[in-house]
Design a protein around this ligand. Sequence first.
Ligand SMILES: *Cc1c(COP(=O)(O)O)cnc(C)c1O
Length: 384
Amino acid sequence: MGQNKTVWENPADIIRHQQPDHPVMAFAPTVLQENARRFVDGFPGLVTYAVKSNPEEVVIQNLLTAGVRGFDVASPFEIDLIGRLSPAAARHYHNPVRAGWEIDHAVASGIRSWSVDSRSELDKLFARVPTETDRGPVEISPRFKLPVLGAAYDFGSKFGATPELAAELLAEVARRGYTPSLTFHPGTQCTDPIAWESYIGVAAEIAQMAGIDIARLNVGGGFPSHRVIGVEPDLQAIFDEIADTAAEAFGAKVPDLVCEPGRGLSADAYALITRVKSVRDEGDLFLNDGVYGGLTELPIIGNIDRLQVLTAQGKPREGDPQSRVIFGPTCDSVDRLPGEMSLPADIEEGDYVIFHGTGAYSTVTNTRFNGFGAMTHATVMSLT
Ligand SMILES: *Cc1c(COP(=O)(O)O)cnc(C)c1O
């Protein structure tokens, strides 16, 4: 997807040499690989990447290089993408709702791990998915939910069975000859490990209710990225808490653990370079990108304050901080960043605002609404 062959020093280098008029997504492969190694080395189990957060092929390739061996895929497109880039990688089809043809496509592609959160969807799997493939047994993981805790938004309103239903589904999965496992997804951008603790405790209760020893427990995604200067996530503390909680909750029968980070892997490997289109009379700022472009998520989960403001020559603006309203380029009044943001008072039209930590749910949700969104990609050695 339009990856430039040039490798730049950092975002300021791109600005100095190109003065881009369209938004640029700057990707740092070294940062992504470092991040991936932190997960692979630190998480007490298998790390699978949630492809939906950023399906760029260079992202997948760099994750493979760094040792990621599994992927959470949610559609035939993602199944095929990973099948093509890494035929040996594990693919977990963890979208609990699927059309019949999607199930058939996944079976034909050799998928051996499925999640489910309702009887009707489980019956569809029973009818179409064999209990075994030539690569080994087939796993089905009921997905359960709890009231939202510590996440930036509530995933439970769309997916997840109650613990009681999950126990019934789990017993049925085992009775039918599939490998019984459990999964949950605590939400996204969970900065507090408590989001996982209560889920892991309930997973042990569900297994007990069903009278089943589960093979694996997938603790979902939700691992935080660094969005706000003052809140630097401590991933290792979360990993350790997950391991300790699982050991406590399951005792001797502790299942193999799996996680499926999206944002936690991809977000901090990118920075979005935007340009100031206008500083209006009243001081409001218009950028060439906004909520229909690379900043879709800000109104949903809050602003990113890891910003840099540079002149067109790539020099940092150093004026006193001043609060401003920031609008995106479209004529839709929703195209505005939440609240106000603090930026150097001497910011001018033609300057650049760099948003750090924008690699997740951005390149892939960018739209061409109103004729904007001509985003390009660039590779950098470093993000700063
Ligand atoms: C989106 C999703 C993820 C990844 O979520 P992040 O918050 O980006 O880590 C993981 N698992 C499932 C099932 C998802 O739908």
